[in-house]
Every structure is written in C-alpha cells, then in structure tokens.
Design a protein around this ligand. Sequence first.
Ligand code: NSS
Length: 432
Amino acid sequence: MCKPVPISEVFNQPDTDRDVCIRGWVYRTRSSGSIVFSIIRDASGIIQVTVKKGLLPEADFDAAVTASIESSVMVVGKIAEDKRAPGGFEIRASKFKLIGPADPFPITEYQSEELLLDKRHLWIRSREQNAIMKIKATALEGAREWLKENDFVEVTPPIFTTNACEGGVTLFKLDYFGREAYLSQSAQMYLEALIFSLERVWSLTPSFRAEKSRTPRHLTEYWHLELEEAWVENDENMRIQEDLVTAMVEKVLRKRRAELELLKRDIEPLKAVSPPFKRMKYSEVISLLRSKGFDIAYGCDLGAPEERAVTANEYVPIFITNYPKECKAFYMKEDPEDPKTYKCADLLAPEGYGEIIGGSERETDINKLIERLDALSIPRENYEWYLDLRRFGSVPHSGFGLGVERVVRWICGVEHIREVTPFPRTVARIYP
Ligand code: NSS
C-alpha cells in the first residue's frame, strides 16, 4: 500500500498518472453486478471510488461489495475525471481493503431529531457535524491568535467553587466531602483575582447552568471564553469585545469557506462584521421595542423574542449598555452618570441570534459590594476572599464572558445550540 493522503489533497492535486491511497469510511455505496460505486469520507472530505470486477484482485472486489455504510476501508487507485462524481474526480480502485466492517448503520436519511440525539456518538460523523466542529475550532483559533497578539495570559481557574457568580437559581449543587459546593457558572471572580498578578488574563472553561428552560440557546454545560482586564473601563472593554469577535469571524471566513457553504450559510452578513459595533442603552431598546408593539416593562432582562426583534435586520452585533441594576449581577459597577444602572454591556449577535457576551466594569467600592450581598441575603463568608481584592490595591477593571456555542451557532447559522456541541447537555439530555 502507498502512503495514505487526505481526500481533500486528491482534489487539490488531481494527478491522473500516479496511484493514490486513501483511507476512511464508506459514506454511501451501491453496486450492480460487476461494479461498485463507493463514496468514501475521511476527516477532510468525500470522494467517489469506482471498483470494477477484473481490475483488482477478486478478494478486493468482494471487500468492496461487502463494505457497508460506515465500514472503514483503505483504497489504492488512479484518479480520473468524472463529471458525475461529487467534486468532478473519482478514484478507480486497484486495491480495496476492508479494515473494520460495520453493522447496519442505525442512521439513515430523514431521521427524527430524537434519534439523532440518541445516536449522537455516531451522528457526529455526519458532514454537517464535521463542518460545525471545524468552524468551532477555527473560531477558537482566531480568538487565541488575537489574545496572544494583545498580550492576554491564559490562566486555569477552578471548576469546583463555593461562589454563585451569576445567582443561585441556576447553580448545580454538589456534595464536596460534606460541604456544599457548586459547579462553576463563570470563572470571573477568579479571573478578577488573577489580574492583580497578570493584569490581562483569559480562560476557556466549561461553565454550568441548571437551566430548566428548553430553548434553542441554552445548554446546561457550555464552553465559556472569559477575559478580565486591569485598568480597563467599560468603553474599552467593549472595544476589546468587538475586536475579539471580529477576529473570530474573520478567521472562519478565511479558513472555512467550504464548511460554511456545506452548511448553506449566507456569508454576506458575516463579511459585514467589523468594528465599531452599534451601542444602545437599555432604555433606548425598551422604547424601540414598545414602538414595535412589545408590551415590555422597564426593569426586566430581555428575552429571546425581544433580542430577536432588536437584531433581526442587523448584520453587525449590537451592544446593549446600562441595564437597570435589578436585572444584573451584584458585582457590576454603578454608572455614576446614571446610578440606577450599571456600566455593563450585553453583546447581541445580529440576524436575530441574540446574546453572545455578557460583560461589565466591576464594582471597586467594597461597601457597595457588601450592601448588595446583604440585600440579596448572600452569606458573606464565602465572598471574603473576593472582598479582599478590594482591600489590597484595587484598580478599575472590567471583563466579559463569551458563550462559545452561542457564537458558533450564529456563525454557522444553525437554529439550535445543541447542534454546535458534539455531546449536548440540556435538561432532557445527558446521554450519550
Ligand atoms: O451570565 S453571563 O451573561 N455572564 C457571566 O457569566 C459573567 N460572569 C462573565 C464574565 O464577565 N466573565 O454569561 C456569559 C455568556 C452569555 O452571554 C452567553 O453567551 C453564555 O455565557 N451563556 C450560555 N451559553 C449557553 N448556554 C447557557 N445556559 C448559557 N448561559 C450563558
């Protein structure tokens, strides 16, 4: 056997004189007497293999006939142009080896969502899932490059915690050797501690939210990209967000055109993503929504329908700033120009996708923090270490958390967030 090459390389250099060797899995197959057409997939793509009786050893022809969908195989042959084959080229096999035979594959065309989720361990082999996972990896690559260029240090915060960063309602509780603890909702408080050593930090961790709501944008476990910056106020925090998000989108546009096309994603809106992003105050958003007929009171968080109404006709994300204090977390900095609100911003993805980032400047006044913890009846003992950060050389600082799956859902243009994570965790699902 010759050295196997990725299928995409066969298309990049379709040298019709030489033998190529590929290995992968049978994607589709049909045979009629003396000929087998087998489409093979690998991580990089798919190609048609034509296997003709008499042109290869008998055992190899039999292997091609037997190789059912999702069998793993190795093929050697010459590349030939064929207009009917996907991509315009095929391999005419001179060797066909069956490596791992497959039982009848449980996923056929037109399956229910439920079945695809039950068989997720197999469905992740699909071309759509392959494309989405590559786009996710590339978006993260774009983020990492940007973070490196901008002197952010990657840190590794804990997942077991005794603090509720984002409120008690969505905490996953656990028994930590007899003591009540939680799975982390956000690394933020630890990142705040770390800036006093490193100034500009970031982390990528799983975050956990006991979200009872079944929505197309909530997971109970998601990947959270969080940044925290010393000496940064809310305006600069927003500039950092727009640059980071733009870098992620641009990287995907540069490297993953084929995958976006496979997902039938219209890339025109993505091409429009560039700073500065529009900024609107929460109060302006409420007026806008009322003018659109929404019966919405000032003072509550925006829901998915409201966010959709604000962003449906936009191509570029929008910041919503100055939320009223009662609907946001205790650690945010009061806006001295509008003390009923915080110096905070949620970033909403365009085209109706809604919130992808939550961020704010942090409160540095220890008395205000204590007041708010008391008002929320949160026992202060668990937060003493956090309050220490205000006691020892406090500085203005800001940060934010980006929901990786939320961003990838928007970039890929898919409806449900569970499609952009290989093994989704939701209220109804923890298997496989
Ligand atoms: O609750 S957030 O809005 N903000 C925080 O957790 C801050 N403590 C982050 C920080 O400043 N370091 O969550 C941040 C983002 C939010 O905008 C979503 O994009 C995402 O995290 N998020 C989720 N994604 C998927 N599923 C769920 N349930 C979810 N909750 C938040």
